[in-house]
Design a binder for this molecule. Structure first.
Ligand SMILES: Nc1ncnc2c1ncn2[C@@H]1O[C@H](COP(=O)(O)OP(=O)(O)OP(=O)(O)O)[C@@H](O)[C@H]1O
Ligand SMILES: [Mg+2]
Length: 808
């Protein structure tokens, strides 16, 4: 307790010199009593000036309450006649220029005459001394006791007054001061009543009036508590809350807290009401808001609580878009956005049809699997448009932390909800189409397993009460239409895969790519570059040339990019003003703009010119690829060296290949003892990419046979197949991707295991098969017969042809 406070409470005499003239600070809605301390907020320009001047001087001013709080520039008529001589104890300047003061009332003064109003009020004043009639001593004593006991009762019942106040009041002996102290402590009585008490210089009258006020206050409080105990209904609670809140407001106001804070709280309350939250969530939000309303805005925790409430308010608890499943229309949208993909589109339509017939059925989660750029993401987006749902996308690639899915607990500094809740906030709807991209690239480590959090998200049985760590209240995800995408299936954790219905999108054929380019990509790129169809057009041949000479992908992303770079060049000319006539993009123009194309056939032949290199086909996440397997023999000791990041299965394939060829060497004119003093080296480029699987068996044997016999391998045929020790060729997977990869590389002839014939017939479309020569084989011998050229030859075009014919 500071010295000054003690002065006040001890009631010790302190003579006050009242100057004849003082600066006068008008108060809007507060009354300051002598001997009490009070915080004041000062914002009026004139008042700020007044304080500035007084602080520099003797810090003594007059304080008086306005009759009408809204008056901006009060004159004498607008002020009460009795005010308080006041000492300014402390002053803080706020950044907005307003001031906070701590003042102490000294004594009552009478405002005689306002002598100036600019720059602020000055007035002639004189002390308004207390009138104590000695004859009333007995009555005064009785009144004072009554006031004290009633005040004590008020304090006990009041939810806002501290019990200490009663003790403090009991320690003041002078009757006038007791009255002033109690009057200034009462938060609820309003400034008119307070001013009235200030006006009463007659102590007896003041005590009598105060007693009346206290008695009334007590009555209200008793009634309030009676109502509370009687009516325990929701209404009662609401009223009590309302009452308390009003009181709290009054206190805030009394303390000079800015109204802004209170207004903010009220705004938040209204928003909570409007957010459509479920009951228990709302309860949580209101609880947090109540906590917030008691915190000073500067506290660090305030921001935390505020952010949390903002999140609760922002989530689409009951906002949803109306889903219209109109199958013909949906089909039209899907067709308009994407060429081909008929099987996938059919499956999507079936899926939506079931949803239409049985809206409450918990359908499977769709998973689009396929190489990059085949339209997985954009297909999902068009599903959203076609059924009138919002669309959000979250990439799971590289996510290792469970908290990224499910959020951090609020106790973390800077905690936020996870991606699922963030996505929903962005969607502003509780039933969006929600894409979880790259679900195959989820990681996991010591920070927890995001896959297990996703399990909960995707499980229709439990996702109606999905609990984000940050929100800590359940959110219903059951109306969200989740679609996941992946390049490969096998890295998706099995329990997740189980919950999804897989739709495969393999790569496109050249024909399909041309169609996609013609119908979609060209138009889009022209528009994206600010051009019009009058300025630039692409011939079919040009598109074909781009597909063949500049891209080698399963999807169409690079194709779109190359078309884009041609558009960019034309756009530049248009911007420079050098575009005189419309540009018709022909294959020649393509070559001028994109540089020389890659001639694939030549490249393939070049790499296989020397014996020892065979072209295999591999299944990869980007949709299949060709694989050059190289073998060579050097002097050494009975050793097989394998390089190229091969997995165990692939290494075993290599051993089998070597063993089989050793057993059959003679047939190919190779000394069966070749291995005795030789080291055999098998290498699979690109060395840094890990590879595995048995399907390179036939290619390895072919490369070995070629290296050892000196017969080169054909550069226009590719192969795949597993082998056994006895030389049988077994079926392998990924035929469709492999065939597409071969054709992308300009190879139209393939050797496949006979048992894969069925998958060729069923999985490959007519278009994929057009112009394709497939040799089905059962035995390794057949492979070598097809693939090896006769003898070391100087390959001239004609010779090559003849060789091939004789072998076929
Ligand atoms: N069948 C198609 N018809 C029209 N446009 C297509 C088709 N397939 C792909 N596209 C276009 O190709 C581009 C790439 O597609 P998208 O981004 O959907 O690929 P993705 O399969 O999601 O690839 P990633 O696995 O790399 O994410 C998009 O602009 C898309 O519109
Ligand atoms: Mg994608």
């Amino acid at each position: 307790m500071s010295d000054e406070t003690r002065v006040q409470l001890s009631g010790g005499e302190r003579t006050v010199n009242v100057p004849a003239e003082v600066p006068l600070l008008p108060l809007r809605d507060t009354v300051l009593f002598p001997n009490s301390f009070m915080p004041l907020a000062v914002a009026r320009e004139s008042s700020v000036k007044l304080i500035d001047d007084s602080i520099a001087g003797d810090k003594v001013i007059g304080v008086v309450t306005q009759k009408d709080p809204t008056h901006e520039e009060p004159g004498q008529a607008d002020l009460h006649a009795i005010g308080t001589l006041t000492h300014i104890h402390k002053m803080f300047k706020l950044p907005d220029g307003s001031l906070r003061l701590i003042v102490q009332g000294l004594t009552r003064i009478h405002i005689d005459k306002v002598i100036s109003t600019k720059p602020y009020l000055r007035a002639e004043v004189r002390e308004a001394p207390e009138v104590v009639n000695e004859a009333d001593a007995l009555e005064l004593d009785a009144l004072q006791r009554n006031v004290r006991t009633t005040f004590q009762q008020v304090v006990q019942l009041s939810p806002v007054l501290s019990e200490d106040l009663a003790t403090l009041a009991a320690n003041i002996s002078e009757p006038g001061r007791v009255a002033d102290f109690i009057a200034s402590s009462l938060g609820t009585i309003g400034s008119a009543a307070k001013q009235h008490l200030l006006d009463l210089v007659d102590v007896r009258a003041r005590l009598a009036e105060l007693h009346r006020v206290l008695a009334k206050e007590l009555e209200v409080l008793e009634l309030g508590s009676k109502i509370q105990s009687e009516v325990q209904s929701e209404v009662g609670k609401g009223q009590r809350e309302y009452l308390l809140r009003e009181q709290l407001k009054a206190i805030h106001k009394e303390l000079g807290d800015t109204d802004d804070a209170a207004k903010e709280i009220e705004e938040l309350r209204a928003k909570i009401d409007a957010a459509g939250m479920p009951e228990d969530v709302k309860k949580e939000a209101v609880r947090e808001l109540d906590r917030l309303s008691k915190m000073p805005a500067a506290a660090a925790e305030y921001t935390v609580a505020r952010t949390y409430i903002d999140w609760l308010i922002a989530l689409p608890w009951s906002k949803r878009t109306e889903e219209v499943i109109d199958l013909p229309k949906t089909k039209a949208v899907l067709d308009a956005d994407h060429s081909g993909l008929d099987r996938v589109k059919d499956r999507i339509l079936e899926y939506l049809a079931v949803r239409k017939l049985k809206p409450d059925v918990k359908g499977p989660i769709l998973c689009f699997v396929g190489p990059p750029g085949v339209g997985k993401t954009s297909l999902a987006k068009s599903i959203a448009t076609s059924v009138g749902r919002k669309f959000v996308r979250v990439s799971l690639g590289g996510m290792r932390d469970e908290a990224e899915i499910r959020g951090h607990r609020r106790t973390y500094i800077g905690a936020l909800p996870g991606q699922i809740i963030q996505g929903l906030r962005r969607a502003e709807s509780r039933n969006p189409v929600f894409i979880l991209d790259e679900i195959d690239k989820l990681g996991s480590d010591f920070r927890g397993d995001p896959a297990s959090a996703l399990l909960e998200v995707l499980d229709p049985e439990q996702n109606n009460t999905f609990r984000d760590h940050y929100l800590d209240v359940p959110f219903d995800l059951s109306e969200v239409l989740f679609i996941t995408t992946a390049n490969v299936l096998d890295t998706i954790p099995a329990p997740l895969r189980d919950r999804m219905e897989v739709l495969e999108l393999v790569g496109y054929t050249e024909e399909e790519k041309r169609r996609i380019a013609r119908d979609h990509l060209v138009g889009r790129q022209i528009a994206n570059h600010g051009l019009t169809a009058d300025q630039i057009s692409f011939t079919d041949d040009a598109i074909g040339a781009i597909v063949r000479g500049y891209t080698r992908e399963a999807g169409v992303r690079n194709l779109e990019r190359e078309i884009g770079s041609i558009c960019r060049k034309v756009a530049r000319r248009a911007a420079e003003g050098t575009l005189t006539a419309a540009v018709v993009v022909t294959p020649q123009v393509v070559e001028e703009m994109l540089g020389a194309p890659r001639h694939l056939e030549e490249e393939m032949k070049g790499r296989t010119r020397d014996p020892g290199v065979a072209i295999g086909l591999a299944w990869t996440p980007v949709g299949g690829d060709v694989l050059f397997i190289e073998a060579s023999r050097m002097a050494g000791a009975h050793q097989l060296t394998l390089t190229g990041s091969l997995g165990d299965v692939m290494k075993e394939s290599a051993r089998i290949a070597l063993s089989w060829f050793r057993a059959h060497a003679q047939q190919y004119g190779v000394d069966p003892q070749f291995y005795k003093d030789a080291e055999i080296h098998l290498h699979v480029p690109s060395g840094a990419i890990p590879k595995d699987g048995p399907s390179a068996g036939v290619t390895m044997v072919t490369a070995l046979a070629s290296a050892l016999s000196g017969r080169p391998v054909r550069g226009d045929i590719a192969m795949t197949g597993e082998i056994t020790l006895s030389g049988r060729v077994l079926p392998v997977g990924g035929i469709k991707e492999k065939v597409l990869a071969a054709r992308r590389h300009g190879i139209n002839e393939v050797i496949l295991p006979r048992q894969n014939q069925k998958s060729v017939n069923e999985d490959l479309t007519e278009e994929m098969k057009r112009g394709l020569i497939v040799h089905y084989v059962d035995e390794m011998d057949e492979v070598l017969q097809r693939a090896l050229l006769a003898a070391p030859v100087a390959v001239k075009a004609d010779d090559d042809r003849r060789q091939r014919l004789s072998l076929a």
